[in-house]
Write a protein that binds this ligand. Structure first.
Ligand code: ADP
Ligand code: MG
Length: 465
């Protein structure tokens, strides 16, 4: 039975709101206030958008979620998104599931495009052209371009690592697409380490290990995203080790991405086998740092040039100064502001930016970084929650981040030890003093910690390099 209009709309809004990152919170609020469910007509859910702008934006950002939910209905539904004036926007067909490698040789439609047999494997937005280059990523960009031009000969393997949302997937996909434009016959596999693992396990279950093995040992370019998920999976690592060696010996290009350097890969307390980590590190290892002010401005400028709304340089600079985050968030923040401007039918102003981006601005009243900001960033860096950071639990994975955060509050703000203690769950000033001393001692004694501290510091304030 088809759900009622209300139930259906409930499912859609719940799903959209469940995406909890702050940029999405801002834009989903805007989405939900600008779209209303109108009717179920035959096999279509009809939704009305406040205006063309909101309709286009909803189509761009939420088509996938809506399609997914509607296709789960029995019988499956489609949707129509109309503006209050009634002009429809075409619903996007659902993406088919795509195997990781295509080997059939299709005729080429035209040179310099990615062959159709790779449709759906890559996101066409992720090209070298659309990648903004700055100090923090120029080395990674140059290496990836070189590899796309001369695979297998210069740098092998290439290992790119960074925190989330800084362009690893974008770059690794750009390599694949660029190579295909120049050499449409190239056999490329692009997949995440999780997909590799799952396929491997399935091949064992189905007794097709041999077919799996030969599939990945016959390609020209192997692109594996997020290899940190290999950690702790011994059998898969063993299999991948042999795949790696085979391709490497044949001088086939391998490109890997991860959230940390090869020797530092860790997932849930498990690391990568030593021999695999050392293979991963034997070519070129490059990291991507968070964007500095200049680059954030360049990225906002690029978004602005691609948008339909006029955004002044002053606003671009204002946003670049205040939205200090990874690039995925910059994009979300920018889109939220534009959506708001579209709905309000007003030019983008600083007040509007403040209003829409309350959650992601670096609350730096008076030019100082605030304690909540430091806590937010340190928690993000160590992948713990802010309440764990400021809470009472004393487990080892919380204590060090807590001490680091306290020391950074001492460095970045004018707050007294008492005031800092207050913001960390009402701790005493002697606790803060002890934490800062501890960090200072550790900085002198342990080089690895000093490097880590420096990375956290830059994560908190990327503009003071
Ligand atoms: P990662 O894989 O490192 O988590 P992604 O490659 O998925 O990050 O990047 C997140 C988003 O930011 C993507 O939409 C990507 O296109 C965009 N992005 C990242 N770096 C850049 C850049 N230098 N120029 C333009 N867009 C970028
Ligand atoms: Mg990625």
């Amino acid at each position: 039975m088809i759900s009622s209009l209300d139930t259906l709309w409930n499912k859609i809004t719940t799903e959209i709101q469940a995406d909890g990152s702050s940029k999405n919170k801002a834009s989903s609020k805007i989405f939900l206030s600008s779209i209303t469910p109108a009717a179920i007509e035959g096999d279509h859910l009809v939704m009305e958008a406040a205006n063309d702008f909101c309709r286009d934006l909803a189509e761009k950002r939420y088509a996938d979620v809506i399609t997914r939910i509607l296709s789960g209905e029995k019988p499956a539904l489609k949707y129509r998104l109309v503006t209050k004036t009634g002009r429809p926007a075409a619903g996007k067909p659902q993406q088919p599931t795509i195997p990781a490698i295509r080997t059939d040789d299709e005729p080429l439609k035209s040179a310099k495009t990615v062959p159709a047999r790779y449709d759906g494997m890559f996101n066409s937005k992720y090209s070298f052209d659309s990648f903004v280059v700055g100090k923090s990523n120029q080395f990674a960009y140059a290496v990836c371009q070189a590899v796309a031009k001369n695979p297998g000969s210069l740098h092998n393997p290439v290992f790119i690592y960074s925190g989330v949302g800084l362009g690893k997937t974008h770059l690794i996909q750009a390599i694949g697409q660029e190579l295909l434009k120049n050499n449409p016959k190239a056999k490329i596999a692009y997949l995440s380490s999780e997909v590799f693992t799952n396929e491997f396990i399935d091949s064992l279950k189905d007794k097709k290990a041999e077919a799996f093995r030969s599939k990945y040992r016959k390609i020209d370019l192997l692109l594996i995203d997020d290899v940190q998920f290999f950690a702790g999976k011994e059998q898969t690592q063993e299999e991948f080790f042999h795949t790696f060696n085979e391709l490497f010996q044949q001088k086939k290009q391998i490109v890997l991405t991860s959230d940390s350097a090869p020797s530092k890969i860790q997932r849930g307390g498990e690391s990568l086998e030593e021999r695999l980590a050392s293979r991963f590190g034997m070519g070129v290892v490059v990291d991507i740092q968070p964007p500095d002010l200049e680059m954030r401005a360049a990225i906002f400028k690029k978004f602005a040039s691609q948008s339909m709304v006029e955004v002044s340089d002053e606003i671009i600079m204002y946003m670049a100064q205040n939205v200090v985050s990874h690039i995925r968030d910059l994009e979300g923040a920018f889109n939220s502001v534009l959506a708001f401007a579209g709905i309000m039918r007003k030019p983008v102003s600083k007040d509007m930016v403040d209003q829409v981006l309350k959650d992601v601005l670096r609350e730096n009243a008076g030019g100082k970084i605030s304690i909540p900001w430091i806590q937010k960033r340190v928690a993000e860096f160590y992948d713990i929650s802010e309440s764990e950071l400021t809470g009472k639990r004393r487990s080892q994975n919380l204590v060090l981040p807590r001490q680091v955060a306290m020391r950074l509050c001492q460095i970045f703000t004018d707050a007294s030890l008492n005031q800092i203690g207050d913001k960390f769950g009402g701790r005493d000033h002697t606790t803060v003093m002890h934490a800062c001393d501890k960090v200072n001692r550790k900085l002198k004694q342990e080089k690895a910690f000093a490097e880590e501290f420096e990375r956290v510091r830059r994560f908190v304030d990327p503009d003071k390099q």
